[in-house]
Ligand binder design. Structure first.
Ligand SMILES: Cc1cc2nc3c(=O)[nH]c(=O)nc-3n(C[C@H](O)[C@H](O)[C@H](O)COP(=O)(O)OP(=O)(O)OC[C@H]3O[C@@H](n4cnc5c(N)ncnc54)[C@H](O)[C@@H]3O)c2cc1C
Length: 322
């Protein structure tokens, strides 16, 4: 039986592993994909907003060529961290159920059954895009994940959303000579757009280089067009591809199956912020999943602190099985 099983090998899960390693607990990290599976799938050419030192875990220096690291630099950095601390990670194994026993937990994956005295869910939010129930949103030309712009040269690409992700994708597509249309339900782009991105996107819209429809929603996605609605009327625009970039929400199924209560207002797993232990003794949350729907509240910069908090509280409780 492990002292701790950690679900998810993102930055938060790895930080829990490092803290467990330093306190000499027995532990295992279970990851349904590859190392830092979410970051690996971020937009191909993305750069982080944070400077490298704010993404470091375990005190290992993160050296980047520029002030803001790229996706690839981050993936390589976290892989190096796994090697440096020799963190035990089971890859390509998905946790499907957590069952409480009298004095331990059974953690069931799609292939194996494990037992542990404590379980940490560090499952992030990137696997489940926010709901978007527009007719046609299941067409193959619709994607909830932006990757790269090059196949859209001289094609009509629509972006739904008004945040950093939509703005960055719109600019990259525009500079790769796609015909870009931005569709946003509010009257203006989100205030939270980074200060070095906002003037660029606003000026491209002002110059008519990117077409933007504000206060507008998509009513239907068709094979070669989109039906849009604003000011009480509808109209149709030519379209080849749609990116719906309206954010993500954590999948709370596992937490619920383990008996963790979820705050119905914000989707937050009920937990003590001082220890990150949930209402189920011995089950903890780490990283962005702890913030529920408000996933801008916990990111790598602050979620990386969770590992030490959790392991310190497990040790303070005497690391006793439940
Ligand atoms: C485009 C973009 C740019 C960003 N830039 C920044 C930035 O500059 N600075 C910053 O601090 N933050 C940034 N963020 C946010 C940051 O990436 C996330 O907050 C961070 O990845 C959360 O880390 P995490 O470990 O909690 O979750 P994740 O990184 O999502 O890791 C969760 C892991 O759990 C695994 N998993 C999920 N369910 C299961 C299961 N049932 N069984 C097994 N494994 C499972 C997943 O495969 C994944 O590997 C950015 C996010 C995006 C999308």
């Amino acid at each position: 039986m492990y002292d701790v099983i950690i679900i998810g090998a993102g930055p938060a899960g790895l930080a829990v592993g490092i803290a467990a390693h330093k306190k000499k607990l027995t532990y295992l990290i279970i990851e349904k994909g590859s190392a830092v599976n979410s970051i690996r799938q971020f937009p191909t050419n993305m750069t982080f907003f944070s400077t490298p030192e704010l993404l470091e875990i375990g005190g290992l220096p993160f050296v980047s060529a520029e002030s803001r690291p790229t996706r690839i630099e981050a993936v390589k950095y976290y892989q190096r961290v796994i090697e440096y601390f020799d963190l035990p990670v089971q890859y390509e194994e998905k946790v499907v159920d957590i069952k409480k026993q009298v004095d331990h937990y059974i953690v069931q994956t799609d292939t194996t059954v494990y037992t542990a005295a404590h379980v940490v869910l560090a499952t992030g939010y990137f696997d489940t895009p926010n709901e978007y129930n527009v007719p046609g949103s299941d067409l193959p030309k619709v994607s909830f994940y932006y990757d790269e712009p090059y196949r859209f040269f001289r094609r009509n690409v629509a972006l739904v959303g008004g945040s950093n992700s939509a703005a960055i994708a719109a600019l990259e597509l525009y500079r790769s000579r796609a015909n870009v249309t931005l569709i946003h339900r509010s009257e203006k782009l989100r205030d939270g757009i980074k200060y070095w991105i906002k003037p660029d996107i606003e000026n491209r819209i002002k110059n008519g280089e990117i077409t933007a429809y504000f206060h507008t929603v998509v009513k239907e996605i068709k094979e070669n067009s989109l039906v849009l609605e604003n000011n009480g009327g509808t109209f149709e625009i030519a379209n080849d591809f749609v990116y719906v970039l309206i954010g993500f929400a954590p999948d709370l199924t596992l937490l619920r199956s383990a008996g963790v209560n979820i705050n119905p207002e914000n989707g937050e797993p009920v937990h003590d912020p001082a220890t990150l232990e949930t209402n189920v003794p011995g089950i903890f949350v780490a990283g962005s999943v702890a913030a529920g729907m408000n996933n801008n509240r916990i990111f790598i910069e602050n979620g990386r602190e969770h590992g030490k908090i959790i392991v310190d509280s497990i040790v303070a409780m005497g690391n006793k099985p439940l």
